[in-house]
Design a protein around this ligand. Sequence first.
Ligand code: AR6
Length: 176
Amino acid sequence: MNTQPPLIECIQGDIAAQADIDAVVNAANAQLLSGGGVAGALHQAAGPELAEVGRSLAPIRPGQAIITPAFRLPNRYVIHCLGPVYGIDEPSDELLASCYREALKLAEDNAVTSIAFPAISTGAFGYPLLEATEIALGSVLTTLPSCPSIQLVRFVLFDGASWRLHQQWLENLVHP
Ligand code: AR6
């Protein structure tokens, strides 16, 4: 049995290009269709089967996560989370935390050993980056102890500002 604590890391990059990761998380829409940002990148790389399989599982509600195969992506699974639209889906902090919690629980139930998250809700859904970062990292840190299969959690941030903020928060939380 692996007794090492899971590794949490932050990198700057593309969520659709994480070939060494078991499950990648989609910042989805309720209909589980392609879209802009993360959803666009993942659906484009996975192929049309991803939207087809989503059709039978949609709609999902804010804060919810569901799991599908990853098709042509280099991963085993896509875990689709519907983040809150900031200022509309309330309480947005609780709904955003629920995305990370539910995604980790689904990963654990499917024996996933590594998972990559984008910064859910911080693009089209307008969640302020600082608050979203605090919620994302806090939620992952509190949920991980009940997920013994998961050995690596990677946050994949698209832009440098987002990456720096996640990195700073991670350092503050792990080495206060
Ligand atoms: N890899 C990693 N991060 C990315 C990528 C990428 N390829 N592309 C964008 N980001 P968003 P949301 C960053 O809008 O706010 C969609 O159209 C981006 O800079 O993808 O949850 C869906 O269909 C931002 O920081 O997700 C939904 O309708 C973060 O990922 C809606 O947008 C999330 O941006 C979901 O909105």
